[in-house]
Design a binder for this molecule. Sequence first.
Ligand SMILES: C[S@@+](CC[C@H](N)C(=O)[O-])C[C@H]1O[C@@H](n2cnc3c(N)ncnc32)[C@H](O)[C@@H]1O
Length: 298
Amino acid sequence: MTHTASITLSESDAFRLVTALDEDLALTHLAVDAVEEAPGRWRVTLYLPEAPDNGLVAILAAATQALFGAAPPAFAIAPLPETNWVAKSLQGLKPVRAGRFLVHGAHDRDKVRANDIGIEIEAGEAFGTGHHGTTAGCLLAIERAVRTRPIRNALDIGTGSGVLAIGIAKLAHVPVLASDIDPVATRVAAANVRLNEAHPEVRVVTAAGIGSRVFRVNGPFDLIVANILAGPLVMLAPSIRRALAPGGTVILSGLVPPQTNRVAAAYRAAGLRFERAESREEWMTLTFTLPPVGPPRR
Ligand SMILES: C[S@@+](CC[C@H](N)C(=O)[O-])C[C@H]1O[C@@H](n2cnc3c(N)ncnc32)[C@H](O)[C@@H]1O
């Protein structure tokens, strides 16, 4: 990411804008988040892979104009400083607890208590230090899923640092396939898997979505976790459903509250049962299950 486009609005306007941005085909590839800056005032931020050109600025202006009329508030475009955010976020940051999991850097190894499941994440270029609401929300949902149903194998789509795959392997001791579209992330994830001695269970692959053969060979999966964005989650609903074993669980994150209905509708339409939605730091984590196959009819 090199730039952000942000705008501060009332809560209802912010959520209308997030929904509109999410449905705008020219923008679905961009990450968007909404954070409450002050009571009732929400900042909506789009993360841009490069400096916006006139075309993108016009698309953003059209989106706000369609919602707010002839003199809409404008997005403020700003460069993102060149920073290794993961390394920066780990320095001096406390370990993050999510249920039994404690996600920590090397400097906090001694904070892992007897019953904790420690996940050590080295500073790197991939997302997933545990400090984000989506990661912590997924870890909590994973713990619940493993407690509730038998899990024989799992898939972590968009593994980033590998944090969720490592958590599943350490908790459930089952084979986990961890994938990411970004080869930098898979390199970081593989290093973290080894650091956490989860390499006997976790296999890391670089892949966009789950269309390639490696997913068919290793599936179907009892547990699928995907912490990516609302747009890709909606698009992946039918293939995630096909990769899921009967009685399996799907955990999704990377969406903000106004995107929940759209994502939930896509997974219901694919045949999954909605179990719960939980929010952490303005981010939603959704859990779905696939009904087990009933006994054969006589
Ligand atoms: C928000 S990070 C999540 C990292 C980690 N799983 C966590 O929960 O902290 C999303 C990751 O998904 C990857 N990603 C985005 N779209 C993807 C897709 N279509 N297929 C596979 N990976 C994808 C990104 O490269 C990024 O590493």
